[in-house]
Each structure stands twice: as C-alpha cells, then as structure tokens.
Design a protein around this ligand. Structure first.
Ligand code: NCD
Length: 357
C-alpha cells in the first residue's frame, strides 16, 4: 500500500495515533500557534456522499491551518456525471491540490483512490467499510473526556453491520489493554466477520446484548449509531430495523455517573433530545474535537508525513475466485489489482476486507 495515505488507522503504529491525538489537543489549546502552518497548501474535499460534520470539519481544519480548500459535495455537478472513473478524477484533483479528503459510497474506494494518486489521500468514509478520521476524533474525545484509551467497558449500539464508524472504532480500541466491548444490536445488524476476527485476535473480551436496558449499567462509554438506511438493499429491510434502540432519560438513570455517550452523528431517533442536556452526553463536544483531530492529521501528512505500515500484501488469487461484495469498489472500477490477504476465514479482498470466494 502506498505510503502517506490515511486509509485505515490500523496501518499506523499505535504510538503514532498517540502523537496525532496529542497534537490535536495542543492545537485545541493553542490554535493561534498553528494558524499559518499550512499556508500555501490546498486541500481538495471530494464528497461523493452526503456529509455535514466530516466535510465541514475538514474545511474548517484547513482554513484554521492557514491553507485553502477546493472540492465538491455533489458529484452530479462534476465530470463524474459524464462517466469519469474514480481513477481519472483522482488524477486530475491530485494535480490541483496538495492533499485529498474523499468520501465515497463504495467499500475500498479510498484505497483504490490512493493507488492512483500522487498526493496523500485521506479516507473520509468508504462505504460501509471504515471511517478512520472519525475514529481519530473518537480517540481525541476519549483522551479529553476519559483520560485515555485503556480499561473501558464500551457499548456499541445500533447498526454494527453497515456502520463504518463502529468498524474503525473497534479495530482501534481493541489494540489497547483491558477494553471490553458490549455489542448491542439486532442479530441481523451485528458486526461483519472481519470485525469479529479483529476482536478474536486482539484477545479483548466481548459480549452481545439485544437490549440497551441490560447493557447500560456496566458501561463506561456508550457509542450510539443510527441505522444506515441508505445501505440497505430494500426499504422493507430498513423498516424492520429502524427505531429498535432509543437512548432516553430513563435508560440514562441506570447508567454510571461517569459514563460518556458518544455518537458520530447525525442522529435520527436513537437518542432522545432530552439526553442532550445530560453532562454525560458528549456527542456535540465530540463533533467539535473533530476539527482538531483533522487539523493534526492534515498538518502531519503535509509536513513530516505518516509512517504507514504495509498492511495488505498482494497474494496470488486463484482463477475463478473474486470478491463477491456488490458494494466493493472492485465491482465498479476497472484496472484495480487483485489485492487479497489471508485471514483465518480464508482469503479476503484487500479493498473491502470481505471474503473472496
Ligand atoms: C458517520 C458516517 O458518515 O459514517 N457520520 C460522520 O461522519 N460523522 C455516521 C453516519 O452517517 O451515521
């Protein structure tokens, strides 16, 4: 995998996450010290999917670093509408900018973009796969609000199947000591196999819960998510899942005094508005920390660069075998290499991490 791209937090060493989090906190405390450090640099924000927080916190971050921003949030107004491939769009924008933040509906699209880019790519969400800058934001939140990343009982609730924020978060927090996860979801929306494998390999304890009531009392952190309507294959499937989990004042009464409630936002109906005034509701503060997390990331990538480890080696793929994930970038973009790697369940696609069969 090419260096100095931010596709998956786990392709960096855990010490490097700590350095980014520390820098984000310093930027939060002394923003004026950093307000010229990306002067003359251009960030391109390529948003093929709707976004409020991620897109605008990236833009705000670059402006706060003294840099400038170009980009789109509606691919329909660009040559994408004329049929331009991801590869060609990336090649163009790499010529017009110094760094690119991209959100795209296909799993693995960020890695596909990185392969074609001469400038660093930041994954701002690739389909239902990963969302590493949200996780960096979540780490900053945990550092500020809970004093660190170890020894927490973390409940993740809602859409654990399509929720990319949860996938990235579990991958990150399972690298620390003594964390325990409670996976709160319906059976249909539990975590995908590759996330389960991450948990199994990490040695972290985890359990499943079907109701918030049963899980809430033991939690230090509750990470709520919305049901990802746009990723279901039919409206009926979404209808069957929506509205199952709602955190309200009654449930908060059963929670620890020092619980924090996180949510990547946007919320639909999974957190009642009455919870917002509870000091344990950290989600709006979390969204604000996202600006500093992204400032730290952009500045590091444009100055010293990231120390990215080779994560995905290209193993030979047997004839007839391919990635069957219909939402994988491999199914849409030509010319992508057969990137696969070995997991305990067999070969997985290097782009989307789903089993190759
Ligand atoms: C999340 C996302 O886009 O994955 N939002 C965000 O970036 N803060 C969560 C979501 O859309 O539910």
């Amino acid at each position: 995998m090419p260096a100095n791209h931010f596709i998956d937090l786990n392709s960096l060493k855990v010490e490097d996450w700590g350095r980014l989090v520390d820098l984000a906190e310093r930027m939060r405390e002394n923003p004026e010290e950093y307000n010229q450090c990306c002067r003359g640099k251009i960030l391109a924000t390529l948003f093929y999917e709707p976004s409020t927080r991620t897109q605008f916190s990236f833009q705000s971050a670059m402006f706060r670093l003294g840099g400038q921003v170009i980009g789109f949030d509606n691919p329909g107004t660009t040559s994408v509408a004329k049929g331009e491939s991801l590869k060609d769009t990336i090649r163009m924008l790499a010529g017009y900018s110094d760094i690119i933040a991209m959100r795209h509906p296909l799993d693995g699209s960020a890695l596909a973009a990185a392969i074609s880019s001469d400038v660093p790519i930041i994954n701002a969400g690739d389909g239902g796969h990963l969302h590493p800058t949200q996780t960096l934001t979540d780490l900053v939140t945990l550092s500020i609000e809970k004093g660190g990343f170890d020894g927490h009982c973390i409940g993740v609730c809602g859409d654990l199947w399509y929720g990319r924020t949860v996938h990235s978060l579990i991958k990150a927090l399972s690298c620390f000591n003594n964390n325990r996860f409670v996976l709160i979801s319906t059976k249909e929306l539990t975590v995908p196999p590759y996330v389960r494998e991450v948990l199994d390999k990490s040695g972290c304890e985890y359990s499943f819960a079907e109701t918030l009531e049963e899980a809430v009392p033991e939690l230090d952190v509750l990470y709520m998510t919305r049901i990802q309507r746009e990723r279901f294959s039919s409206p009926e499937e979404y209808e069957a899942q929506k509205g199952v989990y709602v955190l309200d004042g009654e449930k908060m009464k059963r929670a620890k005094k020092d619980l924090i409630v996180m949510h990547p936002l946007p919320r639909v109906d999974e957190i009642a508005v009455e919870v917002d005034s509870d000091p344990r509701a950290a989600y709006f503060r979390q969204a604000r920390y996202g600006v500093f997390a992204r400032m730290a990331l952009i500045y590091t990538m444009l100055s010293e660069g990231l120390n990215v480890r080779e994560l995905r080696e290209g193993t030979h793929i047997e004839p007839g075998k391919r990635c069957r994930n219909k939402r994988c970038v491999k199914a849409f973009e030509f010319d992508l290499p057969d990137f696969v790697h070995q997991s305990s369940d067999g070969l997985v696609c290097g782009f989307c991490e789903q089993i190759v069969s």
